[in-house]
Design a protein around this ligand. Structure first.
Ligand SMILES: Cc1cc2nc3c(=O)[nH]c(=O)nc-3n(C[C@H](O)[C@H](O)[C@H](O)COP(=O)(O)OP(=O)(O)OC[C@H]3O[C@@H](n4cnc5c(N)ncnc54)[C@H](O)[C@@H]3O)c2cc1C
Length: 427
């Protein structure tokens, strides 16, 4: 039997690259050299959220899981993870080397795992019981199960600590009742990380506890929400007396706020990592659009285009700085809020720019390549501005933690203006 607790000597980066290249050559196809973008050729998709029907999604998920299993079985599924759960215990430099090499090959879309591996698994590793770590971590990294984040509720989003879903103790189990909303991927998930209220008598941040919940358990009902872009990537999830064993608790009873913060810190890092500087990749298309529409010499168009390019470049550098900090082992900080805010603001700017260039072609599908397709970006941007912390909340964080402004009063703080408003209502 192989020893899963003693690390063997770590391969050098060069040795590791050779191992990864051999694995990729044997199991995937190398991408053709990136072709220069030509207006009117290839796909004109620029959606912020992927729009796919359920059959396509099921097929894509099966391929994604198959790829993760291959990676995991070859010792490449959890490069930085602990040996006991199938990790390789290598450095983040090895992880970067893997990512750089894999990006040169055509492999199945891995976005199904963004929440499970990016946010839920690190929380289980930090706060889960030994039984939960044993049961779920390897399975998650191998792609045998997929995870989702059950935090937001109809009355609790930015002010997450107001959540009302309750968990009541019953012997060695907890009984969960309530409603979550906006749960990305709940419809294809096997487990969820849920934060529930376990002591309504305590101040709101203190009476919460985190749990791992089986999404196929009796009493869990997932209802899709259709978004204005057409797809249904998000869900309402109802819990009707769902039973969870105490060894599925995350952290101590009533210490769920710390558990939630672990997840949220990883969420910002995951969003930042995927941000790529706020749509810099879309700029090439926009520049070619300006040429195709004969607007290259219009001084106002040129001025606004330059503005887009400058904002995207600055966001790209900031994002790189934030990710380098994380890669060097430091905790994600307010830079992630800056990266998120810059990304969504740049999407907004790009949407406004293409709306002016395209006019009616943005809203009426004439079949013309590269026109109506931009409506997906314009309609998806508001969701991006809310998910993972709204623009306003990001501004509060940047204001307080970067600029040193006084703290946001928050909704629980007594404010002379609030009293004034209440007084006016009474009058
Ligand atoms: C695409 C998408 C995917 C999501 N996926 C998930 C998921 O997988 N799991 C999950 O649990 N949740 C998910 N969410 C929910 C998301 O976390 C919440 O929508 C978000 O936290 C905002 O909460 P809310 O919708 O309740 O809005 P509210 O918090 O009610 O905010 C309403 C408005 O008030 C503003 N506001 C609120 N507080 C302040 C303040 N202190 N200062 C200034 N302005 C303020 C907000 O910016 C916003 O404009 C998702 C949301 C979206 C859009």
């Amino acid at each position: 039997m192989s020893d899963t607790t003693t690390p063997t000597a770590a391969p050098s980066i060069e040795e590791f690259q050779a191992e990864v290249t051999a694995f990729l050559d044997a199991n995937a196809t190398r991408k053709e050299a990136e072709k220069k973008f030509v207006w009117g050729e290839g796909s004109d998709k620029v959606a912020m959220f992927e729009e796919r029907d359920r059959d396509t999604e099921t097929e894509m998920l099966a391929k994604a899981c198959e790829w993760r299993a291959k990676r995991f079985d070859a010792g490449l599924g959890w490069i930085t993870g602990p040996l006991e759960f199938g990790g390789r215990m290598l450095t983040s430099a090895h992880q970067r080397a893997y990512d750089a090499l894999e990006s040169k090959y055509a492999v199945p879309n891995q976005s199904f795992f963004t929440i499970g591996l990016g946010m839920v698994a690190p929380t289980i590793l930090a706060h889960g019981s030994d039984a939960a770590k044993e049961r779920y971590l390897k399975a998650m990294y191998r792609g045998d199960i997929v995870g989702c984040q059950l935090f937001s509720e109809p009355g609790a989003g930015s002010d997450l600590a107001s959540l009302q879903t309750k968990a009541e103790r019953d012997g060695d189990e907890w009984v969960i009742t309530g409603q979550k909303v906006w749960t990305t991927g709940a419809h294809f998930s096997d487990l969820g990380e849920i934060i529930a209220r376990t002591d309504p008598e305590q101040p709101k941040h203190r009476g919460l506890t985190g749990f791992i919940v089986d999404m196929h358990a009796p009493g869990v009902e997932v209802r899709p929400l259709r978004q204005m872009t057409g797809g249904a990537s998000f869900n309402e999830v109802f819990f009707n007396e769902v039973r969870v064993r105490d060894d599925h608790r995350l952290g101590d009873v009533n210490n769920g706020w710390m558990v939630a913060l672990t997840t949220l810190m990883n969420e910002r890092a995951a969003i930042g990592a995927g941000g790529g500087g706020g749509g810099a990749n879309l700029l090439t298309r926009i520049i070619e659009m300006v040429k195709a529409f004969g607007l290259s010499d219009d001084p106002l168009v040129r001025q606004r285009l330059a503005d887009l390019i400058i904002h995207a470049r600055v966001a790209g550098y900031n994002n790189q700085r934030a990710m380098d900090k994380i890669r060097s082992g430091q905790l994600p900080g307010p830079e992630m809020s800056m990266a998120k805010l810059a990304g969504t603001q740049n999407s907004l700017r790009m949407g406004a720019f293409v709306s002016q260039v395209l006019g009616a072609k943005l809203v009426a599908d004439s079949g013309e390549w590269g026109t109506y397709a931009w409506s997906q970006l314009v309609l998806g941007t508001p969701g991006g501005r809310i998910a993972g912390g709204s623009d306003e909340v990001m501004r509060n964080i940047v204001g307080e933690r970067v600029l040193g402004l006084p703290k946001d009063p928050g909704i629980d703080t007594t404010s002379p203006f609030r009293e004034l408003k209440v007084g006016t209502q009474k009058g």
